[in-house]
Design a binder for this molecule. Structure first.
Ligand code: URA
Length: 216
């Protein structure tokens, strides 16, 4: 399942336009907040697909039968670029458990790179709803590697991936390797550069949110 959250015109398309635009990107707070807002909308849309249970709630005047989430999800993200999107999801799924992973591109002299995963902290995932946030679904390699690593913590009952921009190549790679995953994105772009950056994309999401880093 693939859902493009800006397919129907909404505020999501405005936020997507701002995070792509070189003239507004230099406002880091706005860049982070737009990713956070996208995470909030994605959380709301995902919540419509999740199971609910009925609960008796005591009000000052009586008892109300309310619908509440049957189960809290686990929100996971890949440091550091995923943090604003993750925060948006957490603003809405405010009782969720959380998992964090570090993944980075380890570049080789010949221009190729491999994905290196270092730090992984996660609750038990068996039977849980896993929502993994990564702003840029480029090749899909880091997402697939992350999901395979998280599988070591148990088999989730359902997996949602939330990203700002997804490339068509990345979507196909993710579908091929993790067919059960539901993808929620803010936009879909067709191209990747030789260095696997999304075109037109937005540039480096981690640098735009948090500043330039030393190259590794
Ligand atoms: N990561 C980014 O930050 N940007 C891309 O275009 C691809 C991966």
């Amino acid at each position: 399942m693939l859902i493009n959250l800006s397919e129907q015109h909404s505020l999501v398309s405005n936020w997507m336009s701002e995070i792509r635009d070189v003239s507004t990107q230099n406002d880091r707070m706005r860049f982070r907040r737009n990713l956070e807002r996208l995470g909030e909308v994605a959380a709301y849309e995902i919540s419509k697909t999740l199971a609910w249970k009925e609960e008796e709630v005591t009000t000052p005047l009586g008892v109300s039968i309310c619908k509440v989430l049957a189960q809290q999800p686990v929100l996971a993200t890949i440091l550091r670029a995923g943090l604003p999107l993750h925060q948006g999801l957490l603003n809405y799924f405010d009782r969720a458990d959380n998992a964090f992973i570090t993944a980075y591109r380890k570049h080789h002299r010949d221009g190729t790179f491999e994905i290196s995963l270092d730090y992984v902290t996660s609750p038990e995932l068996d039977g849980r709803i896993l929502i993994l946030a990564d702003p840029m679904l480029a090749t899909g390699a880091s997402l697939v590697k992350t999901l395979q690593r998280l599988n070591g913590e148990g088999k989730p009952s359902e997996i949602h991936v939330v990203c700002a921009i997804a490339s068509t190549v990345g979507i196909e790679y993710l579908k091929r390797n993790e067919p059960q995953v539901k993808i929620w994105c803010g936009a879909i772009d067709e191209e990747l550069t030789a260095k696997s950056y999304i075109v037109p994309g937005l540039g480096d999401a981690g640098d735009l949110a948090f500043g330039m880093k030393l190259q590794n």
